[in-house]
Design a protein around this ligand. Sequence first.
Ligand code: ADP
Ligand code: MG
Ligand code: MG
Length: 895
Amino acid sequence: MASQAKWVYGFGDGSAEGRADMKNLLGGKGANLAEMSNLGLPVPPGFTITTEVCTYFYDNGKTYPPELKDQVAAAVARIEASVGARFGEPANPLLVSVRSGARASMPGMMDTVLNLGLNDTTAEGLAKRSGDPRFAYDSYRRFIQMYGNVVLGVDHHHFEEILEHAKRDRGIDLDTDMKAEDWQAVIKDYKKMVESELGRPFPQDVQEQLWGAIGAVFGSWMNQRAITYRRLHEIPASWGTAVNVQAMVFGNMGQDCATGVAFTRNPSTGENKFYGEYLVNAQGEDVVAGIRTPQHLTIAGKVANKSDLPAMEEVMPEVFAQLDAVRLKLERHYRDMQDIEFTVQQGKLYMLQTRTGKRTAAAALKIAVDMAEEGLVDRREAIKRIDPASLDQLLHPTLDPKANKTVIARGLPASPGAASGKVVFTADEAEQLSGRGEAVILCRVETSPEDIHGMHAARGILTTRGGMTSHAAVVARGMGRACVAGAGELRIDHKTQTISVRNVTIKAGEMLTIDGSTGEVMLGEVPTVQPELSGDFATLMGWADEIRRMKVRTNAETPLDARTARRFGAEGIGLCRTEHMFFDPERILAVREMILAEDEAGRRAALAKIEPMQRRDFVELFSIMKGLPVTIRLLDPPLHEFLPTSEEDMAEVAKAAGQDVPKVRQRALQLHEANPMLGHRGCRLGVSYPEIYEMQARAIFEAAAEVQKSSGETVTPEVMIPLVGTKRELDILKAVIDRVAGEVQQSSGVKFDYLVGTMIELPRAALRAAEIAESAEFFSFGTNDLTQTTLGISRDDAASFLPEYQRQGIFEQDPFVTLDQEGVGELVRLAAERGRKTRADIKLGICGEHGGDPASVHFCETVGLDYVSCSPYRVPIARLAAAQAAISKERTARD
Ligand code: ADP
Ligand code: MG
Ligand code: MG
């Protein structure tokens, strides 16, 4: 059995033993080399040693399967026969490249070794046979350099020093100007240096060279770089890497030779235009190594990039035409944009690699839409191609091009989007101010993990130190916050609470604007324009809308957010948090008066001041939402969040309420709670002080009546009671709401529909969903609190241990970002089932942050929720994720 194991797969000459779908066994590079061979493309012959050999190697004390030697020897013989040269033969040597290749492309793996099979004698043979000694010795010195570094571990700089000296001594600038004798001298010095570094000579035996390189590839699977990369990208060590051995073709044999890389479409715009670069008389990595300036493939590319070097289309029109044909063939076959590598040897084209090309979000949309329209893929496939999270890149506001701006400094464009806000210098301040609905720009010398909450709360982040990969830059991009990093001219002075540059000084609390797409820092508030859903983006979203089943609503309470969400296609409001409307400076005084009131009469007096303001809010929201459903959550947070803390504020409240300051202070103290998240909040407030919910219900219904009367649009408010744990709580409060609704219908003479429902955010509510559904007409899963209460983890305190939990694999993802499907999700599923059993048409939705997370949206589809609700900027993401979820459900249903 073991003797029949196949460890080696050949390719080349128009056929192969492997295929593109054998990536697990052959690695990405090997599988695609096989596929290109099968397509009849000109691939130099070679073979792939499978990933199973890598696994065997590590399972068996770093030894190979016994059959491997013979299988490799036979495969080498096949290459020899095909090329008409022999490995190690002095007069006519076969040269090969040894290339690593895991399933997923993986930086950290061994670099490719080219020209393997050269030694002192074969180099001479190659010189004679090719009639081009310069080429032969150039190849040999490249080989010693690569093999010496990659396989033998001799540091780069040793080689570079020798080469630099050689060029300087001869007054030569370009490697291509080195003559055969010059390279021979360099080879001599290289070999001497390697021997003195390692204490043994550079290997002359070609078999030793080959097995040395193969061993180095397998060895590199467990080097530190590769291990770290796998950990960050969750690639299991058990996958292993393959090794590809392939006959060399030479792009460095003269002016009719070249090497290049290309994308079958433009990877930044997505345009269906060939896009690539090449170098004449060069080998392998020269194009990307930056030694010489690469030239453009096409004349259009040359013109667009203002290059004065000739395009391949002009220099080698025939080869270019062949390459263009390969491009079309590959696209038609793979039905996706490809990233390719090629070499031209004496006017003949060879293909060395193809893989799916990386692209920007804008390019991904254009390519998906174009390919669907070209008939290469269907619409479902086009939808599946787009990573919903990547849309974030396209959804940020940009500066109004017509606006005046005063640029005071420039940093790095670290995370796209423009943002204006009040200057704050600490993460805590950022959080406090934004909690009151203010836009802030967090200004720091640098940021660190302790600043995350403030970065999250800020509209934008500005640092004076650090680069494109600094903490600020990386985290901001991840969060979708605008960021300008490393604006070194700016000085932050914590003592005076200022940020300054030359003669400009900005104090904490003053407005600043940053543009994370250009790196500009500007005085004051520069108007921004909202991104539009247009062109390919709109087309693809339209396709997604036709396919998805779940509705997508938004979490919004301000008119601005509600309008933004509408433009992004929101189909209603899933969560309007009324307390955010209380923080307005005009209102907070009345709110404080209400909280600090000693009795119901005092509270009612204060509530009477708030009610007209609340009504105005709802009138505006209902008008913007034009008949779409609006879910309004009644007051939820612990009252102490609204309390005055400064003496000044206390005095102000005391005056407004006609009380003395000590009394106010004492009442504030009384309201303090040890654990507010589990304290006097949510419907518990409504039970203790029904007049609060009564006022809110009246504001909602009067607004509904008003808008319905004036616009003729049907308004159906959905009144939502937070933090319910028992049916009784809901019943008590529902009675208040129903009574108010009846009163308003009577007094206004307008009949309107409304729903009363509850959030499911306590495990008890999920468990008792069957009886709660007797009273609730809808459930909205408040998965932020449900996660906190199910896991017993406070979101605000999780930062101190959650990263470690993720590192140790206790949680795969942050449960506050991606729903914990097994735990919290189980409660959601169960509550949905039990709720439906009682009330078949109960409306089910989700309104936690998870509503905009693609993986969680998938889960919502499997549970069969009616809608997800998320922040306005995530609405398009949720629409796409919901469509993808519907598509994968179709598939499971079919299978
Ligand atoms: P990477 O994964 O880093 O791209 P590759 O194995 O693709 O590494 O090879 C590095 C460079 O060497 C590429 O430019 C590739 O085209 C070139 N190359 C690899 N094998 C050969 C070969 N047999 N003949 C000529 N060039 C080769
Ligand atoms: Mg490559
Ligand atoms: Mg909640």
